[in-house]
Design a protein around this ligand. Structure first.
Ligand SMILES: NC(=O)c1ccc[n+]([C@@H]2O[C@H](COP(=O)([O-])OP(=O)(O)OC[C@H]3O[C@@H](n4cnc5c(N)ncnc54)[C@H](O)[C@@H]3O)[C@@H](O)[C@H]2O)c1
Length: 466
């Protein structure tokens, strides 16, 4: 077996870019094994900006900070000039980080649009059910948009946003960040070439990881499908999107099964209590113990906006566990999200794909298998192997995110900041072709999700009507 590490030179070759053609500032933090600064393998259509794109962030939570941090690293490309965020501490921290003028700080997204337009774009990183309002308002006022997925929890609202985008001609990028991850870009390139002959079928799995499931979809913001969105849309619209994107075919029919099987009251162990802090008899052996996850292991504590002083953080976490959903027993929540979900999709030319979202795994990421007439690909989002039936040989590709992304932020396989880089260019040049996740290209995955949910609830096979 031969191995191909996606070193800077390899990836530059893969993307057909020359070092001289790249203008992004070198990051001092990242160097390759020879001590050379790493650079972004860039799109040749990218141009040097005369001035940074200005943006207002709506929702300064986790995602608002991921995108906002790009402006800190690349101030010549992105300048955050406004923020709307109701949580006072988040608003304050974001304002300080980006040196936002007092008159451009707002409590809620509605207030931003009461002022005349004062930036090129808005970043919509509010909760799922607060995407439609700000997106429609922004488009009506002529703003360009970076829109977190899901586009909206309702099919009609997704279609409305698409229609208004077309009418206004503004740029709307949907944050389908996996499309920008070098791993998936390379995988798609091989699938679209003759590497494994004609594509026959695909299997794709999203292993959520059991404590991530407990955090986000049992205790956290997305625990209830009615107050957020069904888990397929909330978590796996990325996956239906990436399957469709890699196949490059229109989806035609979909069928789904899924259920909440484990995180329910009837499965609460004997001796367990309402909260993990209430003296639960099995706390020390429960893999979902909030005390273990947040207090002892200090995982995912970003949701608590902890004090900066380390010696105050432990008490603050304990207080949150006593007062918020994050301290509640996973078997006694008011959650309804499926913890296993299976869909089968028929694409044009009779290509089939199956997708599984699984809560009960030791790891996250993605696992993908592609069956072709002349070969087979198997990957786990950090590496994949291409088997060629014609030669009997196989080749392994490894993704070295730091190497290819040149970014401090490696989120979603390097896709998070690569999306921002392309969006900035698209806004600056007013050219949606610089993006792969335009609203036009992204909406099909959402329609697939709505159809899958209908299939799951009504036990039908649904046609995907665009
Ligand atoms: N692209 C991805 O891979 C990805 C990953 C995680 C989350 N998301 C999506 O991003 C969005 C944000 O998720 P998050 O994890 O950052 O959540 P978060 O809760 O950390 O951030 C959302 C922020 O919006 C603020 N907010 C609430 N109401 C508001 C209002 N009226 N006006 C302005 N701000 C308001 C909240 O106070 C919060 O700080 C969600 O739609 C989520 O589904 C996408």
């Amino acid at each position: 077996m031969s191995s191909s590490k996606w070193s800077r030179r390899n990836i530059l070759k893969v993307f057909g870019i020359t070092v001289g053609g790249t203008f992004f500032p070198f990051s001092l933090w990242a160097k390759n094994e020879n001590g050379e600064p790493l650079i972004l393998p860039d799109n040749p259509l990218h141009q040097r900006l005369a001035k940074p794109v200005t943006a207002i962030t709506l929702g300064a939570g986790a995602r608002g900070n991921v995108y906002g941090d790009y402006a800190i690293e690349y101030p010549d490309q992105l300048d955050i000039v406004g923020v709307a965020e109701p949580i006072v501490l988040r608003n304050e921290r974001y304002t300080q980080k980006h040196k936002i003028a007092a008159e451009n700080r707002f409590n809620t997204w509605e207030d931003v649009f009461k002022k005349p337009k004062f930036a090129d774009a808005v970043i919509i990183s509010t909760p799922d059910q607060l995407h439609y309002g700000p997106c429609m308002a922004a488009l009506k006022m002529g703003y360009n948009v970076l829109l977190e997925k899901p586009i909206s929890p309702s099919e009609k609202e997704c279609r409305d946003i698409l229609e208004l985008t077309k009418k206004t001609g503004r740029i709307v990028a949907v944050c389908h960040v996996l499309r920008y991850a070098p791993y998936f870009i390379k995988l798609k390139e091989l699938m679209q070439s003759d590497a494994i002959g004609e594509i026959i079928s695909m299997q794709h799995m999203e292993p959520i990881e059991h404590t991530h499931m407990a955090h986000s979809y049992v205790r956290g913001n997305w625990h209830n499908s009615k107050t957020s969105t069904p888990i397929l849309l909330a978590k796996s619209c990325h996956d239906l999107d990436i399957i469709k994107w890699m196949l490059g075919k229109k989806s035609e029919r979909i069928q789904a099964f899924g259920d909440l099987k484990w995180f329910k009251k009837e499965n609460a162990p004997k001796g367990s209590t309402e909260r993990c802090t209430d003296g639960c008899a099995i706390e020390s052996v429960c893999p979902y113990s909030a005390l273990k996850i947040y207090y002892r292991n200090r995982q995912r504590t970003y949701v608590f906006d902890l004090p900066e002083e380390k010696n105050k953080q432990g008490d603050a976490i304990l207080n949150f566990l006593k007062t918020t959903n994050y301290g509640r027993c996973v078997y006694r929540m008011d959650n309804d999200q499926c913890d296993h979900y299976t869909t089968n999709i028929l694409f044009k030319d009779n290509i089939t794909a199956s997708f599984n979202m699984e809560a009960f795994t030791p790891w996250g990421g993605r696992r993908t298998r592609v069956m072709g007439s002349m070969g087979f690909i198997e990957g786990d989002m950090s590496q994949f192997t291409v088997y060629d039936f014609r030669t009997g040989k196989s080749k392994k590709y490894e993704s070295n995110v730091l190497d290819v992304a040149n970014y401090k932020n490696e989120g979603h396989g390097g896709g998070d900041w690569r999306l921002v880089a392309d969006w900035i260019q698209a806004v600056s040049q007013q050219d949606p072709n610089l993006l792969t996740s335009t609203i036009d290209a992204s909406i099909e995955s959402h329609i697939m999700c709505f159809a899958a949910e209908k299939s799951r609830m009504e036990k039908t096979v649904e046609e995907i009507k665009m």
